[in-house]
Design a protein around this ligand. Structure first.
Ligand SMILES: Cc1cc2nc3c(=O)[nH]c(=O)nc-3n(C[C@H](O)[C@H](O)[C@H](O)COP(=O)(O)O)c2cc1C
Length: 479
């Protein structure tokens, strides 16, 4: 079985990486505790005894916010070092073979099935996650399930969902996402789009729906989860829509999304993973809820974004764009050894093992044309640790020619959450120009041999000395 949320929490508990908090309120205690734990690299959190709700109606948070927890969630060894995890990940990514989901009849999710009038989202405790949020958000740790009406392709995505009332949520889906393309197919015919939402799916399903496990475009997310777990995901068919809902879900609801001209509501603001609130007055589509399901003692999966820090793994495994960018550069025969997002969607570092004088110029050209939304791209030689901002800035401060080494390009981007967009630009759903900077922090190829040697002992001598003098007995942090 693909590990469900409560089994995952038990596993975390077993290794002392889960903190239970009783009695915290939905406004704003749960959110503030979750944010503080996130910034202090604290444990996963499980809130119970939530005022106004029965004992056992719980909220979990901070679940995939460290590398260890993210790796555990996808069934990988949590102690794998960062660089190895990325390499192993990419190798796996390139050997994709999907396993379709398996339809089953029974699921604990059906222990409580509230259909039609009885479906009331207020039965579920939903926190207001950030101080300036426009309301409670049931959608953060979710998989929103949509089916292409022409091809039957089933898409999963994580889109934020604000609870407007017991029967209505908002739906904020970026225009470039696959989910938006499916919604538009229905709306163009004046029809409402059927939808199912798993709130608290199996963690690997959430990570895949949210683009955090590198599911390539055009690949159905359930099949990708099957590939990751080496077994089919069990799904039940929703009673109202027939859409496949993962059977291990804690909570789920079904409904439809009317065309925005027929019904839209203002939603937000919501604290974003860019580290800002997007303040906009644009009405967004809504989900009209027709059925609610939950397990006994349900657990809401909260994955609210917080202002990122260096080890922000909330959506932690390589983002699709980064894995895709790396593979594209490699396919072009470019000697790229790592692609790392130093700041999510903000700064990407490309490590280069220069072999010819053309390598760096070719990589720069490829980055100029790349569609990955990222404002700053930095090239470094592979003697620099791309994970360490100080090392990256050391390389820039000592190897960047601030004339010839600085490049710019303009691409088209539909990324509405871009904090640099003006209030008017946030209302535009079509792609608009997006400018990016490329900084060449590599040593000039023609001077590689004579370039000043780096003032550090060689790796071999350091390792031998470490062993002989047993430096690990009194020094932290490894050799
Ligand atoms: C915690 C979290 C919240 C997210 N919230 C949103 C959101 O509100 N709207 C959105 O369009 N994408 C959001 N994303 C990103 C999408 O889920 C991601 O791009 C996904 O790959 C989209 O899937 P699709 O292209 O199949 O529709 C979020 C990602 C994470 C990790």
């Amino acid at each position: 079985m693909v590990t469900d949320l409560r089994t995952f929490l038990e596993e975390l508990d077993g290794i002392g990486d889960l903190k239970r908090v009783n009695g915290a309120g939905l406004e704003y205690e749960i959110g503030c505790i979750a944010e503080t734990a996130f910034h202090r690299r604290g444990p996963a959190l499980l809130f119970d005894e939530i005022p106004g709700y029965p004992h056992g109606f719980r909220v979990a948070s901070n679940l995939a916010s460290t590398r260890q927890r993210s790796l555990m969630a996808i069934g990988a060894d949590p102690d794998t070092p960062e660089a190895d995890a990325m390499r192993a990940w990419k190798a796996r990514w390139n050997s994709y073979r999907g396993i379709p989901p398996r339809v089953v009849d029974a699921s604990p999710l059906l222990e409580n099935a509230l259909i039609g009038e009885d479906a009331d989202l207020n039965r579920i405790p939903v926190p207001v996650w950030h101080e300036l949020d426009g309301g409670p958000y049931i959608g953060s740790g979710v998989a929103v399930i949509l089916k292409d009406p022409d091809t039957g392709f089933v898409n999963l995505g994580s889109y934020r969902l604000q609870v407007h009332d017991g029967k209505t949520t908002g739906l904020f889906c970026e225009p470039a996402n696959d989910g938006s393309a499916i919604l538009r197919k229905y709306w163009d015919k004046g029809q409402a789009c059927p939808v199912a939402v798993s709130v608290g799916p199996e963690p690997v399903v959430f990570l895949t729906a949210s683009g955090s496990t590198g599911c390539p475009p055009g690949v159905p997310e359930y099949e990708y989860v099957g590939f990751l777990c080496n077994e089919a995901v069990d799904v039940i068919e929703g009673r109202m829509t027939g859409l496949p809902i993962s059977a291990g879900s804690e909570i789920a609801f079904e409904g439809e999304v009317p065309p925005p001209e027929a019904e839209s509501r203002r939603e937000g603001p919501f604290g974003e993973w860019t580290g800002y609130y997007m303040i906009t007055s644009v009405p967004e589509p809504v989900i009209r809820v027709s059925a609610l399901y939950f397990r006994n003692d349900p657990i809401l999966f909260g994955a609210p974004p917080f202002k990122p820090h260096r080890e922000s793994y909330a959506f932690s495994l390589p983002m699709r764009s980064m894995t895709g960018l790396w593979s594209r550069l490699e396919k072009d025969g470019l000697p790229v050894t790592r692609v790392t997002d130093l700041v999510k969607m903000g700064a990407v570092v490309v490590s280069v093992d220069q072999k010819t004088p053309d390598d760096v110029p070719r990589i720069i050209r490829a980055l100029q044309e790349s569609r990955a939304p990222c404002r700053i791209n930095i090239l470094v030689d592979d003697d620099v640790n791309p994970e360490d901002p100080i090392e990256v800035f050391w390389a820039l401060g000592t190897r960047l020619d601030a004339g010839e080494g600085v490049h710019r390009s303009t691409v088209q981007s539909a990324w509405r959450l871009d904090p640099l967009r003006t209030a008017e630009e946030r209302e535009i759903r079509e792609p608009i120009p997006y400018r990016r900077l490329i900084l060449n922090g590599c040593r000039p190829f023609e001077r590689m041999k004579e370039f000043s040697p780096v003032n550090r002992f060689s790796k071999e001598r350091r390792e031998a000395t470490w062993e002989k003098w047993r430096l690990g007995d009194w020094l932290q942090g490894g050799r």
